[in-house]
Design a protein around this ligand. Structure first.
Ligand code: UDP
Length: 485
């Protein structure tokens, strides 16, 4: 129960100039980006572009939002980020909604009248503070199911409300319908809605839906260039690899340009020594969420090791430290489930599988570790059972890593199997997964070819430059709708 004091927190965003894109985009795309930046500034003059989500760290939205808003600010738009405050019960309901939108029952708990009342109450509290800040004509982009219920109050004071859904399910079922029914009153107040894929748009939003695919910031700490020996030094420092003599310092460059050192260590469940620097690593980086299927990755790797005893590779399953992601209350339970599966394995296999909780106290340090892990990986996997859009897939592609990912949701728009990665057609099929990983471990030429194409495709389709252009089109559509209403 809330006591009426829940308030969103503002996370300040430092402007980032668009000029960073000039050297990488090529003349035509750079000119287009400049023009779009100018259009955004002109269109938003005197107005604020608010973004509201439910966590400042952990997960794809918290990853993507601050970087995009930094570029929007760099273009001269007053883009601001607010993170709503919830209670554990509220996040339990919203996690249940998150699973339902993926077509899954989650923990099977109810989504009825009392959950609705709890959801509304928390959002009513948060709305009070928002209504002081938001002015008529401002654009408010609400992210994901946690925020949808804010739409009516904001629309009532003349804000142009857009709801953006980062999750979805290709084949809607009764769970998906239950989630849409729960969210319907909020969604009715949104002028436009944004989805990552056309297949995710529910009938009630069909007349006002726009498709925008997520993106990565190629200049973020997570994606900045990193020499192989620095990756190894960072991973050795965090406890993931054996240390090498004469290794360089585990350094990275912060977003503000200042050099920094990775100083925290990861919390690791493993047996015996860390991996040797030259042992090929199969890596999945994800929140501890059952839909990311970390236990399935472990089982697939176990099968691979059993069927191909001569194959040399270790597995790293990495995620955020479990207490750190406010809106993800299931993380500890999921991790415990993976540890249980790990304990069931043979001694020899347990020596090759490392379950890693990464320090989250310093977001940029965490990003540097993820960067090192993805760059050092021989194969990056994303064995999700459902995925709105997999940022980790694009991050690995940008780093020219060969990816093995499930053919689900947005991943199907990211990976073209056999061209820039490999898709596993049945996400639950451990044998198919193991086979795809084996083919890349055994064939470095194939791995290199797929990785090289992956980098090109990430640059062409999944950078912040493309995303900012989509924002400008969203603003145009929103203003056009406002005039005709
Ligand atoms: N991530 C991270 N640290 C971790 C685990 C995940 O920074 O310990 C990041 C990951 O690199 C990616 C995001 O969290 O940028 C996850 O986004 P994705 O779209 O893959 O999944 P989501 O969490 O949104 O379902």
């Amino acid at each position: 129960m809330s006591d009426g004091t829940l308030k969103p927190t503002e996370v300040h965003i430092q402007a980032e100039s668009l000029t960073r894109f000039a050297p990488v985009l090529g003349e035509a795309r750079w000119s287009a980006l400049q023009a779009h930046g100018e259009q955004a500034r002109a269109r938003m003059a005197g107005r604020t572009f608010w973004n509201v989500n439910s966590t400042a760290r952990g997960g794809g939205v918290a990853e993507m939002l601050p970087r995009l808003l930094a570029y929007a600010r760099g273009a001269g738009v007053d883009a601001r980020w607010l993170v709503l405050e919830g209670t554990p019960d509220f996040f339990h309901v919203t996690k249940r909604l998150h699973h339902a939108l993926h077509g899954s029952r989650g923990d099977g708990s109810a989504l009825g009248g009392s959950e609705r009342a709890l959801y509304d109450e928390v959002l009513r509290d948060n709305a009070e503070e928002l209504l002081v800040l938001v002015r008529p004509g401002d654009v408010v982009l609400l992210h994901d199911p946690q925020t949808a219920g804010l739409a009516p109050a904001l629309a009532a004071v003349g804000a142009l409300v857009v709801w953006r859904c980062h999750v979805g399910c290709d084949t809607p079922n009764a769970e998906v319908e239950r989630a849409w029914e729960f969210l319907a009153p909020g969604l009715a107040a949104a002028r436009l809605t944004v989805f990552s894929r056309a297949a995710y748009v529910p009938p009630q939003c069909a007349d006002r839906a726009i498709i925008i695919q997520p993106s990565i910031d190629i200049f973020a700490v997570k994606n900045q260039p990193m020499a192989p020996e620095i990756s190894r030094a960072i991973l050795a420092h965090t406890g993931l690899l054996l240390s090498e003599p004469d290794a360089p310092e585990p350094l990275f460059t912060r977003a503000d340009g200042v050099p920094a050192r990775v100083s925290r260590r990861a919390d690791i469940v493993g047996l015996g020594a860390a991996s040797a620097p030259d042992t090929p690593l199969v890596v999945q980086v994800s929140r501890w969420d059952p839909l990311k299927d970390p236990a399935g990755v472990l089982r697939g790797f176990a099968r691979l090791a059993r069927d191909h005893p001569g194959l040399r590779a270790d597995l790293v399953l990495a995620g955020p430290s479990v207490a750190s992601v406010a809106d993800d209350p299931e993380a500890a339970t999921t991790l415990n489930g993976v540890i249980k599966v790990w304990r069931e394995q043979t001694h020899a296999l347990r020596q090759r599988v490392h379950l890693v909780c990464l320090p989250m106290a310093d977001r940029e340090e965490n990003a540097a570790i993820v960067n090192a892990l993805q760059r050092h990986a021989t194969v990056v996997v994303q064995k999700s059972l459902q995925e709105g859009f997999g940022l980790t897939v694009t991050e690995a592609m940008w780093k020219s890593r060969p990816v093995v990912a499930s053919a689900v949701g947005g991943i199907q728009d990211q990976v073209v199997s056999g061209v820039n990665g490999l898709l596993v057609s049945v996400p639950g099929d451990v044998a198919e997964f193991a086979d795809a990983v084996r083919s890349l471990l055994e064939d470095p030429v194939l791995a290199e070819r797929l990785g090289a194409q992956a980098h090109q495709d990430a640059l062409a389709h999944f950078t912040g430059a493309r995303h900012l252009t989509a924002f400008v089109h969203l603003l145009e559509a929103l203003d056009a709708r406002t005039v005709t209403r």
